[in-house]
Design a protein around this ligand. Structure first.
Ligand code: BGC
Length: 722
């Protein structure tokens, strides 16, 4: 297998080198014809989501669009308002947390292809996503746009997503580079983190995106690192990204994340977007000329304060991006809202939904049975593709959980009431609900008592202080009185299950009396269908948690260390937990989570056996091959994710007890078994040595843990590195 990978990597890289060689002289030719002013004009926005071309030379504009889960509605030229187009409704795909929970890289590829096709059809050149900031705290308002807490999982899932998007001639723009792990004070907070944690936890998914995914653009984060804004950061961009990783694409600012002309020019920024207008109103003509990389930059170039080579490097990168996208004559035409895309959306949702608890086989519910189901909760019919900030979508349709249930359970009487209510969607502020709490609850209790089964569909939504950009959550528990309501519903009817729609973990004081619990994420256009597929048992759940659910907030590493660790003092924050993020912390410190990383149940059962490594001792450069027999020992077909973690006993540095290094999802008919082989390169066991500023592979004993969740290990095998 290793050989096949290496050969295909070789073919791919020779192909890329050839393409590169053809483009390079063309870029030089164009560069030689551009005036200084034309070059500068390419380095900044001309509208909210586009940059200028050079019409006299036939060089097109670049058009960008959010975001990670679907192509955003058309935005006005000069304001954040929707442009009011009627032909920009798209397919909404499940949020990236759900994609990560599928633990299935081949699906990430399909997701990327479908999304890229929609972007292409909408005539976008750069798609502003995916996001791979690490899940550090459950309060981060944007976790739903990211791929969880583990660098290996995020790296593995992001690569095929990018390749899928880009095969359409649309650039992925991986965001937010880097350390944008909370929304509170995101526009200025200075993050202090150990170099080791930076390299081992926060950078790997970006590195994989660039080196393995071949990302053509990257979006810089708002925050600061080492007191320098990430948008123009000598170390992060010039040294690590463009130097060490050899990134040849464009660095694009997050919207309004540039702060200084000189630094932007010298410290790696290529395209400046979304900057405020320095007191000019948005209606002022040409306020884009006042951007840091506009007239002020031109002035410094003309005066000789900055060398022309600086702008030339940026323009080369921008032209390279164009030859890969809007100046690539071979790119596809794209497609939108076709059945295949809807099927991809549904499939990702089906594979990512996680069954967290299933007492007395509460799920699946039998669709052939005549019964009364009380579907209670606002999220049962609230649009959840809307809101959340820049990932807000305008889908052609969105199947609500309620609709999905009604379609799939025609023999049941389905009653529905809100039970609780939040306010209408609003970005950056909270609008209180119009409804009276007591009457909502009263009605919910009436139908709960009448029903055979209660299904509570709640969680978070996409409003401010929920799962939404621009602010963090204010509490770990569920909002809008949901906890209290759940207690009352449990008193009224003990046959109760919960479907949580959220991109984050929540506190669950109500878990004990909940029989079945499904983590349903934000599932996009096909949400209701996919949920009904799992609830009815048409689909056997196989998603696994991409992040830990701590029992209480203080159990999470970032929160354990108090306010300077999260959220900081508004100027600085210190990631005091270092490398011990998520399950690394829980495992090492022996703090039992509510639900562990990698956890997820099935309607069938699996047995892992014959777990072994190919050898007992390895030399640097080698691969460990782990094999394992997986048997479906239950009554239904289903998929299981075999997870391989590795830990170092007796290390010269602090280590996590174990870290995910490989995984594989396998589908099995009932009674069948298969042998799974997984490989871990020895280089993956190295730690980042701050003293020598490099990776160091320690000799000695390591423990390989094989299981189906970070807290469900079937076998440990000790190996050694010589
Ligand atoms: C977000 C980005 C987004 C950009 C453009 C910013 O507020 O942080 O993720 O791509 O806006 O909408």
């Amino acid at each position: 297998m290793k050989k096949i990978i290496l050969t295909s990597l070789f073919i791919l890289s020779s192909f890329l080198i050839q393409a590169q060689n053809e483009i390079a002289p063309k870029i030089e030719e164009i560069l030689s014809q551009l005036t200084l002013a034309e070059k500068v004009a390419m380095c900044h926005a001309q509208s909210k989501f586009s940059t200028k071309g050079v019409p006299r030379l036939g060089i097109p504009e670049i058009w960008m669009s959010d975001g990670p889960h679907g192509v955003r509605a058309e935005i006005s030229w000069d304001s954040w308002d929707n442009a009011g187009w009627t032909n920009d409704s798209i397919t909404a795909f499940p949020a990236l947390t759900c994609l990560a929970a599928s633990f299935q890289p081949s699906l990430a590829k399909k997701y990327g292809i479908a999304l890229g096709e929609e972007a292409r059809y909408r005539k976008k050149d750069v798609l502003l996503g995916p996001g791979v900031n690490i899940y550090r705290t459950p309060l981060n308002g944007r976790n739903f746009e990211y791929m969880g807490e583990d660098p290996h999982l995020a790296s593995t899932m992001v690569v095929p997503y990018i390749q899928g998007v880009q095969q359409n001639g649309v650039a992925a723009c991986v965001k937010h580079y880097v350390l944008n792990n909370q929304e509170l004070w995101r526009d200025h907070i200075n993050v202090e983190v150990s170099t080791r944690a930076l390299y081992e936890i926060y950078l790997p998914a970006f590195k994989a995106a660039v080196q393995e995914g071949g990302a053509w653009s990257i979006m810089s984060a708002y925050n600061q690192y080492q007191n320098q804004f990430c948008s123009h950061n000598e170390l992060l961009i010039n040294k690590i990204l463009k130097g060490d990783w050899g990134f040849d694409g464009c660095v694009i600012t997050d919207w309004g994340a540039a702060h200084d002309t000189r630094q932007a020019a010298l410290y790696g920024l290529d395209i400046e977007m979304g900057t405020g207008t320095n007191g000019l109103t948005t209606s002022t003509q040409n306020h884009y000329d006042n951007y840091f990389l506009a007239h002020p930059f031109l002035n410094m170039l003309q005066s000789g304060e900055i060398e022309e080579a600086v702008v030339d490097d940026k323009v080369r990168r921008i032209l390279r991006l164009m030859f890969r996208t809007n100046m690539n004559p071979d790119r596809t035409f794209g497609r939108m809202n076709n059945v295949e895309h809807q099927q991809v959306a549904r499939k990702v949702a089906q594979e990512g939904i996680v069954l967290l608890k299933n007492e007395d086989n509460f799920f699946p519910l039998d669709p052939n049975k005549k019964m009364t189901i009380a579907v209670i909760g606002e999220n049962a019919f609230r649009p959840l593709t809307t809101g959340g900030g820049s990932s807000d979508l305008k889908p052609k349709y969105e199947i609500s959980p309620l609709q999905g249930m009604r379609e799939r359970f025609p023999n049941a009487v389905i009653l529905h009431t809100l039970g609780y209510a939040s306010g209408p969607p609003a970005y950056g502020r909270v609008i209180p609900s119009r409804y009276d709490v007591d009457s909502l609850r009263r009605e919910a209790l009436v139908i709960a008592k009448r029903a055979d089964v209660v299904l509570f569909v709640g969680g978070l939504n996409k409003n401010h202080h929920q799962d939404c950009e621009g602010g963090d959550r204010l509490q770990y528990g569920l909002d809008f009185g949901q906890e209290e309501l759940l207690r009352m519903l449990q008193d009224a009817n003990e046959n109760i299950g919960v479907v949580l729609l959220s991109g984050n973990a929540v506190a669950m004081p109500w878990l004990g009396r909940t029989k079945g619990l499904i983590q349903g994420w934000f599932l996009g256009s096909e949400a209701g269908h996919a949920l009904a597929d799992v609830i009815s048992g048409d689909v056997n759940p196989s998603g696994k948690l991409p992040f830990t659910f701590p029992a209480k907030l203080e159990d999470n590493a970032a929160h354990h260390f108090g306010p300077l660790s999260y959220p900081g003092d508004s100027i600085n924050q210190h990631y005091k937990e270092g490398i011990l993020v998520g399950y690394r912390w829980h495992d090492t410190k022996k703090i039992k989570p509510l639900f562990a990383f990698g956890h997820g149940l099935s309607y069938t059962s699996f047995d892992l056996s014959a777990i072994q490594t190919d050898k007992k001792s390895y030399a640097p450069g080698e691969y460990i091959t782990i094999s394992c027999k997986v048997a479906n020992t239950g009554q239904r077909a289903g998929s299981e994710v075999v997870q391989v973690y590795v830990g170092k006993t007796k290390s010269e540095v602090e280590r996590a007890q174990k870290e995910l290094k490989a995984f594989s999802k396998v589908m099995l008919e009932p009674g069948k078994e298969a042998t799974v082989e997984l490989q871990v390169g020895l280089d993956k066991l190295a730690y980042y040595d701050e003293k020598s500023s490099g990776w160091k592979l320690e000799k000695g004993e390591y423990v390989v843990y094989v299981g189906t969740a970070s807290d469900k290990i079937s076998k440990k095998v000790t190996i050694s590195v010589k």
